[in-house]
Design a protein around this ligand. Structure first.
Ligand code: ZN
Length: 319
């Protein structure tokens, strides 16, 4: 029986159910601690908000949520465990590091002049996957990597290489962040050069591009694509995400795409409550309320929708 590490222990992948593959309970951009005039971080309120949202998702049938917050983006895996416990929804958390321009690159970048930083990163990722995160006893279930727009920096390449090596050692799958629908193919190149099979990679935010050649290049190699920013219409309108998704489903790629919103429920630092009119659809229920009905309206059969939401996440997590 194949199992996956969740924040509340190992679960059989066959029991994950409907799975959102990229949502964030909590984000804190590196440097949030420097905003010392910000109101005190109210963890109880954050917890209440997350439990509330997760309970709403559970009512819509959600079984599992992947929160791919890397180490350096304000991650709180104990919060995730409390939310999972309170709601009964499985949460899978991540190890890994964010892209150079918005992550906490200075530490490893400084060390890289003197030491083998890839080995140090690999050791960190493996420890979080096998022994646990800090003293929490909670183990990461996936490895997160990220690249910026139009290039993979030397630092990001080190993170990708370390992720590949940690994957080889542990079998944990890899999920990525891409910027504006660029560099997905190059991410696959770097990871597969280290021996990762494309079937163990989700190229995240692939819906940031509507270029079907970009998509099929990666799908033909066997990778999963994350159509995981539904509702984030500042980055890309939903109708373009949907047009690409429906097209790819129509030519038989329903077994290699996973869905989500990349929603952020709480922020560290100063409150960051966007006015409702700016991103009215960027909420973690949007897929169930509007996108799945839109797929049905376009004639996508239920069997393919089940692949996107249930079977593809399960296959990706399977070792
Ligand atoms: Zn994200």
């Amino acid at each position: 029986m194949t199992t996956i590490e969740t924040v509340t222990g190992r679960r059989p992948v066959s029991e994950l159910g409907i799975t959102l593959m990229h949502e964030h309970l909590l984000i804190g951009w590196p440097g949030w601690e420097s905003d010392t005039a910000a109101p005190r971080y109210d963890r109880a309120e954050v917890r209440r908000k997350c439990v509330d949202r997760m309970a709403g998702l559970k009512q819509l049938g959600l079984g599992t949520l992947l929160d791919p917050c890397p180490i350096d983006l304000g991650r709180d895996v104990e919060l995730a465990a409390e939310v999972a416990q309170a709601t009964g929804v499985n949460i899978v958390c991540a190890t890994g590091l964010y892209k150079e321009d918005q992550g906490a690159a200075p530490y490893f970048r400084f060390r890289s002049a003197f030491t083998d930083v890839v080995s140090e990163m690999t050791e960190t990722f493996v420890r979080e996957l096998t022994e646990g995160i800090g003293s929490s006893g909670i183990k990461a279930g996936v490895i997160k990597v990220a690249t910026g727009k139009g290039q993979i920096t030397a630092y990001e390449r080190m993170v990708l290489t370390a992720a590949a090596r940690a994957h080889k050692e542990t079998g944990a799958p890899i999920t990525t962040h891409t910027e504006e629908g660029t560099m997905g193919r190059e991410q696959i190149d770097v990871l597969t050069a280290e021996g990762v099979s494309p079937q163990r990679i989700v190229v995240g935010h692939s819906c940031g591009s509507a270029d079907l050649r970009y998509h099929t290049d990666m799908l033909d190699r066997g990778a999963y694509l994350g159509f995981d920013r539904f509702g984030l219409e500042i980055a890309q309108p939903d109708r373009l995400r949907l047009a690409a998704l429906i097209g790819l489903l129509g030519i038989g790629f329903d077994k290699q795409i996973v869905l989500s919103h990349d929603s952020v429920w709480c922020w560290r630092g100063r409150p960051f409550d966007l006015p409702e009119h700016i991103l009215p659809k960027w909420r973690p229920t949007h897929l169930f309320e509007e996108i799945v009905p839109a797929l049905r309206g376009a004639g996508v059969p239920q069997e393919k929708i089940d692949n996107l939401l249930v079977h593809n996440p399960r296959r990706y997590f399977e070792r």
